[in-house]
Design a protein around this ligand. Structure first.
Ligand SMILES: Nc1ncnc2c1ncn2[C@@H]1O[C@H](COP(=O)(O)OP(=O)(O)O)[C@@H](O)[C@H]1O
Ligand SMILES: [Mg+2]
Length: 290
């Protein structure tokens, strides 16, 4: 009697335990399902965000190309101002001679030769610019001073018109084997910023200095100005996308962000900045060979 009661109790108890276990099991299953769902939706979210980020980068690249294009046009306009006025005075001279019936063959020949020379110069400028902005994705071997020269054909007249003194001190033997176009683009960005700062701060004797030195595996190019330096802290902020202290018609905050991507990621180098007692000093460190 006692025994069968015990058996009965143990059966009931074990049934109860089974029931409890079952509900737990179901609960755990449900929770696992929930977790799995959460995991999936997180994964989806991450993919979505990554996609968004990629689109954003794409947009930034697009935008920076537009800016470069705008700058190119404004630089050509600068470069052409002088030859255009020369052409106009040649034309005026010819018209004048003609109006007083003194346009002889000799004058005509001299003046048209002069005009041809100017036109040649103008078409060269266009070639320079075209080569400069043609994106070439392959690395190539080049002399550092040649890269600087080619940037100078783009900016020198606009620097001159703002009376900015330019000092270039380079060892002509320094060679690099990397993405030339992108490298030049970065130098151009930094020069443009220096020019902006010098003008904005209305510096008395505005000047930009370019120097370089060679290490074992790196070439370091310095570009420094005397515009008072980076005012924001931490200074690294200036490399963030859309960070600008200029008004919307003058600044986009993309230049240095793109430059950093080019140097740090594409060229496996380092783009740095620090303040000197006079202004900002950018250092572009790139491996001699990629
Ligand atoms: N040479 C410099 N001197 C002082 N400030 C600078 C200099 N170069 C860059 N900056 C600062 O860094 C910011 C970001 O530069 P950048 O990314 O080229 O964008 P943007 O020129 O469109 O403002 C500038 O707005 C400026 O405040
Ligand atoms: Mg800029």
């Amino acid at each position: 009697m006692f025994l069968s009661l015990a058996i009965l109790i143990s059966i009931v108890v074990s049934q109860k335990i089974d029931e409890v276990l079952k509900t737990y099991e179901e609960k755990v299953k449900a929770k696992t399902q929930e977790l799995e769902n959460l995991n999936k939706s997180l994964e989806n979210k991450i993919t979505q965000e990554l996609e968004k980020n990629r689109e954003k980068e794409q947009l930034l690249v697009q935008k920076s190309k537009f800016i470069a294009l705008g700058e190119m046009i404004s630089n050509i306009a600068h470069q052409w101002r002088q030859p255009l006025s020369e052409l106009s005075s040649i034309l005026m001279y010819i018209k004048f001679k003609h109006s007083i019936n003194k346009l002889d063959d000799k004058t005509m020949q001299i003046k048209s030769e002069e005009a041809d020379k100017v036109l040649d110069y103008m078409s060269h400028t266009i070639d320079d610019f075209r080569n400069f902005f043609m994106p070439k994705k392959e690395k190539e071997e080049f002399f550092l001073y040649k890269a600087i020269d080619s940037v100078m054909t783009i900016v020198s007249s606009s620097l001159k018109s703002d009376k900015i003194n330019l000092e270039i001190n380079l060892d002509k033997n320094i060679k690099l084997n990397t993405y030339l176009n992108e490298y030049e683009q970065v130098i151009l960005n930094i020069l443009k910023n220096a020019k902006d700062a010098l003008i904005e701060k209305n510096i008395k004797n505005p000047s930009i200095k370019i120097t370089a030195y060679e290490e074992k595996e790196y070439v370091v190019l310095f570009i420094e100005d005397n515009a008072g330096g980076i005012t924001v802290e931490p200074k690294g902020k200036i490399f963030e996308p859309y960070f600008t202290t200029k008004d919307s018609s003058n600044g986009t905050g993309i230049g240095l962000y793109m430059s950093k991507i080019i140097i740090d990621k594409n060229m496996k180098g380092k783009l740095r900045v620090r303040n000197t007692k006079d202004g900002a000093k950018f250092g572009i460190h790139v491996p001699k060979s990629l």
